[in-house]
Design a protein around this ligand. Structure first.
Ligand code: FEO
Length: 170
């Protein structure tokens, strides 16, 4: 059985991963609106990944004999000044997720819940990739500046992103 404090943190994370998907769908729609379909694809895949993260936490709560609770999902930001502005926000968002995962680990450790700390290890590793992936695109955009040819080349590269297979037990 999950302790109350651990359940509350994991449940918050379950919901925040859904809000993350919501944000990335909003970013995808923004990129569609400026005709950068590769960036839009990258964001749609990112949104889908977030839903798998949320599902992983939902399943964990159920498997530990608890019941997830559901709050209102916050409306995401929906417009950005530029592709770089959006990608910087994506990177900042991932840094926030990392902090939240660290807090979850902290609470689970304090409560002596080794099953939860072990489950969260997957998220700790995932966040290294999540931050790096968003930062990589943001850094490329900084280098590109106002070179539209290079921007379309990057857009073409991002159009190739596909949903990575899930690793580990969900
Ligand atoms: Fe599920 Fe992008 O963190």
């Amino acid at each position: 059985m999950l302790k109350e404090k651990v359940l509350a943190k994991i449940n918050d994370q379950f919901q925040f991963e859904i809000e993350s998907a919501y944000l990335y769908y909003a970013m995808s729609a923004y990129f569609e609106s400026i005709n950068l379909k590769g960036f839009a694809n990258w964001m749609t895949i990112q949104a889908q990944e977030e839903l798998t993260h949320s599902h992983r936490l939902f399943t964990y709560i159920i498997n530990r004999g608890a019941r997830p609770s559901f709050g209102a999902a916050a409306a995401p930001k929906q417009d950005w000044k530029s592709p770089l502005d959006a990608m910087k926000d994506a990177y900042k968002h991932e840094c926030k997720v990392s902090e939240m995962i660290n807090e979850c680990v902290g609470v689970a450790m304090k409560e002596g819940d080794h099953m939860t700390t072990t489950m969260l290890q997957w998220f700790v590793n995932e966040q290294v990739e999540e931050e790096a992936a968003a930062d990589d695109v943001a850094q490329k955009l900084k280098l590109i500046g106002d070179n539209s040819g290079a921007l379309f080349m990057l857009d073409s590269e991002l159009s190739k992103r596909t949903l990575a297979p899930e690793t580990g037990a969900a």
